[in-house]
Design a protein around this ligand. Sequence first.
Ligand code: UD1
Ligand code: MG
Length: 415
Amino acid sequence: LVIILNTVHDPLSASIGFSILGCAITWRLVPALKDSFLKANLAGKDLNKLDKQIIPESMGVVCATVYLVCLFLFIPFPFMEWFTGKGIISRTEEFHAPTFPHHKLGEFLSAMLSLQSMTFLGFADDVFDIRWRYKLLLPTIASIPLLMVYYVNFGETHIIMPIPLRFLLGRVVDLGVLYYVYMGMVAVFCTNSINILAGINGVEIGQSLVIACSIAINDYLFLNGSSPAVEAHLFSLYFILPFIGVSLGLIMHNWYPSRVFVGDTYCYFAGMTFTVVGILAHFSKTLLLFFIPQIFNFIYSAPQLFKLIDCPRHRMPKFNPTTQKLNYSRVHMQKPLGISAFVILKIFSSLGLVEITELENSIEVNNFTLLNLLLLKLGPMNERTLTIVVIIIQIFTSCIAFIIRYRLVHLFYEV
Ligand code: UD1
Ligand code: MG
């Protein structure tokens, strides 16, 4: 490590190196551990296949572990000047004596603690199949170390209101403790929204990779700017690049036809990585712009998530053995419908978001997920094609996010 420290002077190059290493290790380790996972009963049925084979699940834990090890080994690099003495010598010539940037190290360690806790809780979810209401709590718990460091290092809870809303609350609003509630909710949303846009081969990692690449491109755009922004976005890159690496290593085994499943562990781990960089590098609003498909899927799913419409255990599309294609899955509801279900179905059907089949004593509607809606609008398709369609939508909405962030921003803020 000391030799590497002395030869690699640029932390970003080291981060790229660790990302490539992380990709290679994950790619090799996942197939090597398949049998152990099967033996431990960490496995699931590939429901959208003819033979419904049982394959290893929760492989996200391998990917997250490799990621964390890469980051552990990477910690010294951003602080290299303090270890080699160069930084201290050059800084003592300035007008104040330097001190080691403990706050920066604190950010690193808290981010890793949050990621490690999220991985642990995600794995617990895979093993024990935790119920939905408790699932929402897990990311809140895992984000506590992050919020603590945010409080100590920044403590900033003021937000600048968008121009069109200033007539209501003024230019600057202090959200106080609500800002911490908001950050906790970002963690809950980022993790769970990936977990519910899931269920077909490769879609969990596919969407996460597009979001991660969008974050990396956004970080890159800041690297020639002013000093605090550069530091924040470098921090984000140090976390995002190895994430892209390990995810690429895993998707090679999870792509259609999957040899392994990623499990809830991966969904939580991915969502928490995005939360960590969004909060500590101060771009949580831009981050949410990269989640447009997930925001849509969440709002569309809300009636089922909040049990206003029946929600089966699995809402993933249904495999048709004759055509070998996926069609939208349906949920069966007994008549008479409750008033809330009736109103929701009326609104959704006027927006063209549901297909309702009237039966004698009941009705059937498609499950309210983006995957089912795509199949409803575009017709039945192969599982791999559907994953590719979701990835294309994710890329397209990321382009829209960049346009909003960099072209339309002057409509909302003076920049
Ligand atoms: C969430 C969704 C659920 C969806 C499931 C699919 C909500 C409220 N919950 O539940 O509707 O069905 O994700 O992951 O929206 N599987 C496949 N092929 C894949 C990936 C997963 O068949 O490519 C199946 C396997 O049987 C696997 C199971 O899905 O064992 C994993 O489901 P799990 O992650 O436990 O479901 P939830 O996250 O609780
Ligand atoms: Mg899941």
